[in-house]
Design a protein. Structure first.
Ligand code: HEM
Length: 202
């Protein structure tokens, strides 16, 4: 931390943070925020990247569409994040009574917000189980949550996946899944424990 502070402004994340208003935080607040960012950005982006490999492997017609039309990459990024939904849900505690489309919620109730289910809502997304790289409303997904706690790293996450797809396209590289992946057993992180892939040229 001190090293980055003394080195002056630089484009890496830690330097950007230490030379931002976060510099007024004490060491514990700074470390707490740093850990939150590391944890928040770990399983999520990693599993979106694996989701990209598995999704395009599962839908070869979409893979071909993307390989022939790299300008679809920005939209495909949103669609990968929708289709994968790396965090299945978050939980909130209701602060006051509310009527949610006819479902009564009482103050103190614990509410599970299933992003994974919302992203498969067939009244919003046609053929929701399919990854469609040029899906017109892909950006309506709820993978980053909604409202005041919406993911603070959303733009960074999109950028990371976009760079991955662009660099793969530049090299004309395709990941081929060579064995059924092993999934994480749990209802929070919706991801993969392992996925064997090999790369080929197209
Ligand atoms: C595809 C990748 C990602 C997904 C799907 C994702 C998803 C989420 C979700 C669902 C939330 C909770 C929203 C809520 O409580 O309403 C969240 C919060 C958060 N995310 Fe992400 N995230 C991703 C990437 C990242 C990255 C790259 C970072 C940091 C570098 C990050 C940092 C955070 C932090 C710090 C919060 C807490 C924000 C708050 O409570 O105010 N996330 N994320």
């Amino acid at each position: 931390m001190d090293e980055r502070k003394n080195r002056g402004e630089a484009p890496d994340l830690i330097s950007r943070m230490i030379h931002s208003p976060m510099k007024d935080m004490n060491q514990f607040e700074y470390m707490g925020n740093l850990i939150l960012l590391i944890v928040g950005g770990n399983d999520t982006t990693r599993n979106s990247m694996s989701g990209y490999a598995y999704g395009l492997h599962s839908f070869q017609d979409e893979r071909e569409k993307l390989e022939k039309n790299p300008e679809l990459i920005p939209n495909a990024v949103s669609e990968v994040i929708r289709w994968q939904t790396p965090l299945a849900h978050m939980r909130r505690t209701a602060l006051k009574d509310h009527d949610l489309f006819g479902a009564p919620i009482k103050a103190g109730d614990k509410i599970g917000m299933w992003y994974l289910s919302a992203n498969r809502d067939e009244t919003v997304f046609d053929n929701p189980d399919k990854l469609i790289v040029d899906r017109e409303n892909a950006r309506r997904h709820l993978s980053f949550g909604y409202g005041i706690h919406r993911c603070v790293g959303a733009r960074l996450a999109e950028l990371q996946i976009r760079v991955l797809l662009e660099e793969m396209a530049k090299r004309r590289l395709r990941p081929n899944v060579v064995a059924e992946p092993v999934r994480v057993a749990g209802c929070f992180v919706h991801g993969y424990r392992s996925m064997d892939v090999e790369l080929s040229k197209y």
